[in-house]
Design a protein around this ligand. Structure first.
Ligand code: AHG
Ligand code: MN
Ligand code: MN
Ligand code: MN
Length: 335
């Protein structure tokens, strides 16, 4: 049950009763993310004024030039999650390996693992274009009382107990699901409170926006090229509109509100595309499906993929159900 302008705190308490198993831990986890989101939002919003822009000078596990804000956001989320006695392990785009987090009694009693992309769209930081944070939550599957291990992080996306994102845009929003639909909360920066602004978000079944980096067109598989041409030809309700921000969170968020498809396919440059399965595609796919949308690797649901490593990449087609199904048709026909 949702009431417009409810605060995130009120919403969590009201909906905590809906959890058959939760002893409030998942709520504590969402609260930890809420705090970190506010701290990162503060840093993002003043990035141009302090020495937080640009490269940190380090290279991350992806081989990317780590931005200062990547590092800061990573530290803030790890710190906030560590302080809350609920998380036994963390995986991050900005950490080579997973981080073991012990409970205060040193007996590994915490039940959840969190995987996250602390700052999504880093290439947009220095040019004042919106960026985001993406998170994914599982219950551990290895025995309580033992240190978390890699199996806890390599669960199929279908096992997620929560997933969400923060979009640091014209306003800052936290959008998340715990498997009971998708709800969006907007931050009132004057008082630092998130208010329910987008209850029960639904992906339109159809849309007229396609989001893909067309600069890579020449490297795309034939089926993807054919689908892009399909979007551009003058037929029925086409040509569609091309919109590509370069932050997955922002492109996804716009398409969920207006209808659309986001594509980051494999290419001759990268056989698995660019986006990371565990902390980009799985959480966004969980949200998409919970909102009535669709997310696949071009062939099968993202959420059914069994991961094999922390930073593995996967081709990503996500958004309005009928648009993703149409793209899959072209891939099945031509690839
Ligand atoms: P990140 O900044 O976390 O590394 O993610 C960037 C991703 C995603 O946000 C975006 O959709 C995509 O990279 C853009 O990639 P291209 O610049 O290659 O189009
Ligand atoms: Mn990155
Ligand atoms: Mn990202
Ligand atoms: Mn990132």
């Amino acid at each position: 049950m949702t009431k417009k302008n409810q605060t995130l705190g009120e919403f969590i308490i009201e909906n905590q009763k809906a959890f058959p198993y939760s002893t409030g831990e998942l709520s504590k986890l969402i609260n930890a993310i809420r705090l970190a989101a506010k701290v990162v939002n503060y840093e993002v919003n003043k990035a141009g004024l302090v020495d937080i822009l640009g490269s940190s000078g380090d290279i991350n596990a992806q081989g990317e030039d780590q931005q200062k804000l990547d590092v800061l956001a990573n530290e803030k989320f790890i710190q906030s999650l560590t302080n809350r006695e609920i998380v036994c392990g963390i995986a991050s785009e900005e950490e080579d390996d997973f981080v073991v987090i012990n409970s205060k009694d040193n007996n590994h009693q915490n039940k959840y693992v969190v995987l996250f992309d602390p700052l999504d769209g880093s290439s947009n930081i220095d040019v004042n274009v919106s960026v985001g944070t993406i998170f994914s939550v599982y219950r551990r599957i290895t025995p309580i009382g033992t240190p978390v291990s890699i199996e806890d992080f390599l669960q199929p996306g279908r096992q997620q107990v929560a997933a969400g994102y923060v979009v640091y845009g014209t306003s800052t929003m936290l959008v998340y699901t715990t498997g009971f639909g998708v709800n969006g909360f907007t931050l009132n920066p004057a008082i630092g409170t998130f208010y329910l602004s987008h209850p029960n978000m639904q992906y339109p079944k159809d849309g007229r926006i396609y989001s893909v980096n067309e600069g890579n067109y020449v490297h795309f598989p034939v089926g993807v090229k054919k689908y892009i041409k399909y979007c551009q030809e003058e037929e029925e309700d086409r040509p569609y509109t091309s919109r590509y921000i370069g932050s997955l969170v922002s492109d996804f968020h716009r398409n969920m509100i207006k209808g659309g498809i986001f594509i980051y396919p494999k290419s001759s440059l990268s056989n698995n595309g660019k986006l990371r399965l565990l902390y980009e595609c799985n959480p966004m796919a969980f949200i998409a499906e919970q909102a009535g949308g669709r997310a696949s690797d071009g062939y099968k649901p993202i959420l059914d993929v069994v991961p094999t490593e922390l930073h593995q990449r996967i081709p990503f087609f996500c958004g309005s159900e009928n648009m993703v199904a149409k793209a899959e048709e072209f891939i099945a026909k031509y690839n």
